[in-house]
Design a protein around this ligand. Structure first.
Ligand SMILES: Nc1ncnc2c1ncn2[C@@H]1O[C@H](COP(=O)(O)OP(=O)(O)OP(=O)(O)O)[C@@H](O)[C@H]1O
Ligand SMILES: O=c1ccn([C@@H]2O[C@H](COP(=O)(O)O)[C@@H](O)[C@H]2O)c(=O)[nH]1
Length: 241
């Protein structure tokens, strides 16, 4: 693959990976094949000089809302969800480093001896040096999701685009898994997503991006080459701006 700056549209991106997607063909937890696939796709970006910040969800392990529905205290459940994202971040770092991609994990919740505490200036420096930086433990606060932490960190580190990798190939008029007649959008404004209450991404995250002019592209992670195509200016998925 050609190296250099001429073949990419974005210099720095924030990629949000679905935690649920990590389960792959396993019944619970993390499928190593999915991790390896993600590492391969991310490695292609690093290979053309794109600076990559990552946020991975925790839906394969714990979600606060689901734990609350099962009887746990909501804040305790959200803490468990945030810790789940740290476990996923460690697994992802392992896969990236096995592919010789220098990677740092930062956590919004201090976890001395396990991962570094989040520090914006250190993160920007590491990205500038070409390291992949995984931002874990969400925002550090309950009642949020990793969609919001991805947009927050993306804005903080001055990424040019937030990419939400998911199981569907874009934003539809309704959840395509539930409504076979759902129609895909190529482009949407933030206000259209909010007004139509399109649930592909949490609405707090969309508001944050709207207020800070951060474009978001929703695309299908399993589609080979889609990620690389997007950073080169391709139109896969749906652009929200
Ligand atoms: N209007 C819509 N367009 C597309 N997908 C939608 C829509 N409404 C709901 N969805 C659903 O949202 C899902 C995307 O959420 P996804 O599981 O990727 O994110 P998440 O819940 O943030 O991730 P995690 O697994 O990390 O918690 C899609 O798989 C799809 O089923
Ligand atoms: O800022 C945050 C981010 C996440 N959480 C909790 O973690 C889980 C897992 O994240 P997903 O985005 O759902 O994958 C989430 O459901 C919350 O319970 C949080 O509290 N604060």
């Amino acid at each position: 693959m050609p190296q250099g700056s001429g073949d990419k549209k974005y210099k720095r991106i924030l990629l949000k990976l679905s935690g649920e997607a990590l389960t792959g063909s396993e019944r619970f937890g993390i499928d190593p094949k999915v991790l390896d696939h993600m590492a391969l796709e991310i490695g292609q970006l690093v290979g053309i000089g794109v600076q990559v910040g990552l946020v991975v969800g925790g839906g394969n392990l714990f979600r606060g809302a689901a734990l609350q529905a099962a009887g746990l205290d909501r804040v305790t459940g959200d803490h468990m969800g945030m810790l789940a994202t740290v476990m996923n971040a460690l697994a992802l770092r392992d896969a990236l480093e096995r592919s010789n991609i220098a990677t740092q994990v930062m956590s919004s919740i201090p976890m001395s001896g396990v991962v570094d505490h989040y520090d914006r200036r250190k993160a920007i420096r590491a990205l500038g040096n070409g390291d992949v930086v995984i931002f874990s433990a969400g925002t550090g606060n309950p009642f949020f999701t990793t969609d919001s932490s991805a947009c927050l960190r993306g804005i903080e580190v001055e990424a040019e685009l937030v990419l939400k990798a998911t199981k569907v190939d874009g934003v539809y008029s309704a959840d395509p898994f539930k409504d076979p007649d759902a129609v895909k959008y190529d482009r949407l404004s933030y206000d259209e997503v909010l007004d139509k209450k399109l649930e592909v991404m949490d609405l707090t995250a969309i508001c944050l991006c709207r207020d800070h002019n951060m474009p978001v592209r929703v695309f299908e992670m399993e589609k080979p080459g889609a990620l690389l195509n997007i950073v080169r200016g391709g139109q896969d998925g749906t652009l929200i701006e």
